[in-house]
Design a binder for this molecule. Structure first.
Ligand SMILES: *[C@@H]1O[C@H](CO)[C@@H](O)[C@H](O)[C@H]1NC(C)=O
Length: 218
């Protein structure tokens, strides 16, 4: 009887230990969220989380080895900036995240992102637009998305949409080297609305249109 009891106690202890190891679920929804080539990896805490920290690795599609993302090791937040290790716009990347418990030193399995392409998956922001009216016509000033310019040396163009009162629209294309475009040959004392779009010709990518700004000609 005593022997049997001992066995049960041992088994009980063993079971506890195993469940403690298994209880740490991996992070959920590991994904890249990218705007203007700023590539942020985000994830959700496992439901049974308390005092967790995360380790992040990445690899280039086709490579075998996962590499640690320095600056994303043992972190407690649920996001990390992977821009510097995912900066080659021609490559495809994977990232993965693992949770570990600060208290018990147990680790979760790795949870992997989907394949990420900076070139195709990043969301391009529309430019900031400022309008003024002059004798010559409407002066459109555009400012490219700040991060895009800081992070890349990719040349940027713009499409300027001029929406007439009758809702017909015209498109003007112009290059980043000039921030200013003067629209001439417009009717005087007429209301026009303008939208702009960032275009990256090399990547065949463009932003949504900016929200419309309107002005009346002199
Ligand atoms: C990644 O970091 C862990 C510790 O944080 C280390 O054990 C492992 O060897 C590292 N892996 C690589 C590929 O550098």
């Amino acid at each position: 009887m005593a022997c049997l009891l001992l066995g049960a106690v041992l088994l009980g202890k063993l079971a506890l230990c195993v469940t403690a190891q298994e209880m740490l679920a991996p992070p959920g929804q590991v994904r890249f969220e990218s705007t203007d080539f700023r590539n942020i990896l985000r994830w959700a805490a496992p439901t049974n989380s308390c005092s967790l920290q995360y380790n992040i690795q990445y690899k280039i599609y086709g490579d075998i080895d996962w590499l640690n993302v320095s600056g994303c090791q043992g972190i407690q937040k649920h996001q990390c900036d992977l821009s510097s290790v995912t900066s080659d716009t021609r490559e495809w990347y994977y990232a993965r995240a693992r949770a570990s418990s600060v208290l018990s030193s147990s680790k979760s399995a790795w949870a992997m992102s989907r394949r990420f392409s900076p070139r195709w998956d990043t969301k391009i922001s529309p430019p900031a637009v400022k309008l003024s009216s002059s004798k010559q016509g409407i002066v459109v000033q555009v400012k490219p998305p700040r991060v895009l310019v800081r992070k890349t040396h990719i040349s940027v163009d713009y499409n300027i949409y001029v929406i007439h009162a009758n809702e017909k629209e015209e498109v003007y294309k112009f290059a980043y080297c000039s921030h200013k475009l003067t629209l001439t040959e417009l009717k005087p004392k007429t209301h026009y609305c303008i939208q702009a779009q960032t275009v990256i010709p090399r990547h065949m990518r463009s932003s949504d249109r900016s929200s419309a700004k309107c002005i009346t000609t002199a």
